[in-house]
Design a protein around this ligand. Structure first.
Ligand code: OSB
Ligand code: MG
Length: 375
């Protein structure tokens, strides 16, 4: 196996306006502020990754600024420290740094892309993906009125999305669901509470069973496996964990305790493709369905999500919608498009999309370059 020497890392900081603000139980996002990580090896081969932390630590403890700090101060030095032959070795090397999963995933993702480019294979193939197309749904933020929500759902159903996920919180849940179900009795539907409830709400949560939902995502606290297990034992609707799952070990805990029946895998939240694959393989062995969540990614992060979603145990539609659902113009060419509720896995090498440099530069607010002086 040939040696990979990283000669240069470039951090591009981008701010992209979202077409529509996205509201969850914990807050509202108006734009997407993140890094594109570009890595270059000794032959000039490039790889690209994307950071998914938000400016405020609502979802996990990481932020855009903590990502910058960890990448600059710890991960780039580890990359420059010694050559390697496979991206999994980078994942292993990063284990000397605790957590900071989104920072790690952004850099490891760039290395996976570079490795796939060197191998002249699509990233999806390199990691063992088996699917050619991915079923996709759409995640819809909390709206100011139910009539507005119904209108948005209609539009996405007409576009062809295979399932709809509604963001909910106490007070904007059962009544909204009742109305949505009246209008769309057979629509594959699920909800995501982003930890807005506690076990005290158990009677209210049990009523969710009336709406034959595909699942309820992260109803309780981000760190509470026990209460999720108690709730799952009293619900017919499967619980899906998102914020609770950061590692392979969390996955084993959740499954052993019966805290959920489904797992949402996000490459950023679990620290990269290496860990995401390990979680996927374990879920496959335990017959736990998984699907690919989203962090309102731009094109590079979206491409990484598509690659992981091509693995066989991703049996439920992902939140990996088309580029045009989020942004007027994405940073990749072609953009990610959806037809009849599916997204095609690209067959070109690496992440399978080209960087649209004109678009990237238009959104860029900062650029920093690190050269490997040792190599
Ligand atoms: O909980 O899955 C979530 C967006 C931001 C933060 C957390 C979540 C989400 C989404 C959007 O649900 C998924 C997407 O369309 O990218
Ligand atoms: Mg979620």
């Amino acid at each position: 196996m040939s040696e990979i020497v990283i000669k240069k890392v470039i951090l591009h900081r981008l701010v992209m306006q979202l077409k529509n603000p996205f509201s969850t139980s914990f807050g509202t996002f108006k734009d997407k502020d993140f890094f594109i990580v570009e890595v270059v090896d000794q032959h000039g081969t490039q790889g690209f990754g994307e950071s998914v932390a938000f400016p405020v630590p609502w979802y996990t403890e990481e932020t855009v600024e903590t990502n910058a700090h960890v990448i600059e101060s710890f991960l780039i030095p580890l990359l420059f420290d010694a050559p390697f032959t496979h991206p999994e070795q980078v994942g292993q090397r990063f284990q000397s740094i605790r957590r900071n999963n989104m920072a790690k995933a952004a850099v490891e993702g760039a290395i996976w892309d570079l490795y796939a480019n060197r191998s002249n294979l699509p990233l999806a193939k390199v990691i063992g993906g088996t699917k050619q197309t991915i079923d996709v749904g759409v995640s819809i933020g909390i709206q100011s009125s139910t009539s507005k929500l119904v209108e948005i759902i209609s539009q996405h159903v007409q576009e062809g999305y295979k399932r709809v996920k509604l963001k909910i919180k106490p007070g904007q849940d059962l009544e909204v669901l009742a109305e949505v179900r009246k209008k769309f009795p057979n629509l594959p539907l699920m909800v995501d509470a982003n930890s807005a409830y506690t076990l005290k709400d158990i009677d209210r949560l049990k009523e969710f069973d009336n709406f034959h939902l595909q699942m309820i995502e992260q109803p309780l606290a981000h760190d509470d496996f026990i209460d999720h297990a108690k709730l799952q034992s009293q619900l017919e609707t499967p619980i899906c964990l998102d914020e609770s799952i950061h590692t392979y070990s969390d996955t084993k805990t959740a499954i052993a305790l019966g805290s959920c029946r489904i797992i949402n895998i996000k490459v950023g939240r679990v620290g990269g493709i290496t860990e995401a694959k390990k979680i996927h393989d374990y879920c496959a062995s335990r017959k736990i369905p998984v699907w690919c969540g989203g962090m309102l990614e731009a094109g590079v992060g979206r491409a990484h999500s598509l690659a992981i979603a091509s693995l066989p145990q991703f049996t439920l539609p992902g939140d990996t919608s088309a580029s045009n659902r989020y942004f007027a113009k994405d940073i990749i060419r072609p953009e990610v498009t959806m037809t009849n509720g599916t997204v095609q896995i690209p067959m070109q090498a690496g992440i399978g999309y080209q960087i649209d440099w004109e678009a990237l530069e238009e959104y860029r607010i900062d650029k920093k370059v690190w050269n490997n002086m040792e190599a």
